[in-house]
Design a protein around this ligand. Sequence first.
Ligand code: ZN
Length: 131
Amino acid sequence: MADTGNGSKGQPGLAEAALFGLCPKCGAKTLFAGYAKFAPRCRACGLDFAQFNVGDGPAAFLTMVIGGLVVGLALWLEFTLHPPFWVHALLWIPMVFGSTLWGLRVTKAALLTAEFQRKAREATGQDLREE
Ligand SMILES: [Zn+2]
């Protein structure tokens, strides 16, 4: 098996890094500077988090998953229990905000960790000439 060059000693798994905001290189809890804002670099090992670009992937993913889940649950609740409208508002608005905020943090961390583990980066002209 080829050596990836990253080494794997002390590196957290994808789920662990995503759930706890761990640096994908050293496992320190240094990935975030704000609630869902990446720190510029790891305070423990110096890994530059700015080199990774997770883009809009997490937001698009969350929109589809949470939106589909909440609509499905709201329809199920409406057709089975017929609650008043305020019950829907009381349930779904906090659920959407909470799951989006939590999910944004987790999915951003997961994508950054996946990029680190797979050495993902922007393709350049040099990459095309090498093939
Ligand atoms: Zn680190």
